[in-house]
Design a protein around this ligand. Sequence first.
Ligand code: SF4
Length: 191
Amino acid sequence: MREPRPDWVSARVSHGHVADYKPFVFVDGEGVRCSLYVSGCLFACDGCFNEAAWSFRYGSPYTSALEDRVLDDLAHPAVQGLSLLGGEPFLNTEVCLRLAGRVRERFGGSKDIWAWSGYTFEQLLADSPDKRDLLQHVDVLVDGPFRRDERDLSLAFRGSRNQRVLDVSGSLVAESPLPWTPGRRSAAPAV
Ligand code: SF4
């Protein structure tokens, strides 16, 4: 596994590609969700569940048509929110910020946004402005790299014990990572 470096910046590494999009899934967070899997990750965790998506050129380019489809799928009343997975969403911030911004514009706080990242909450706060901007849109962050020696299949929404499921808006206010409470809906402001 690699430790993050200052030159890990979306503007330099991302090709704006997505590996997959899955509407109406039940496993990527709480409730029914629409999941976007962006392409490209530099963490190279031993035992990564999605090694094919390490390449920033994997999959196909993110398009306006896909974005419109995601928004229309999110409008379904049964859908609780959007999930951003990878690859690494915070190294694909052009795509994720564009989509998250439109989600907030159209749905305000009525749909929540979950994101999975190899970065920790603290690392994201201390990193580039685009990462902090994306964090502002996220309600729930599953943070940290997958560590094989801490692997635990009994955990919800994460694969290893070092990873945390965090309430982002509460953590930003407290300036300290706070665990997410199941059943607590979005508190992120409309932007
Ligand atoms: S951060 Fe996630 S996608 Fe990236 S290598 Fe680790 S487990 Fe795989």
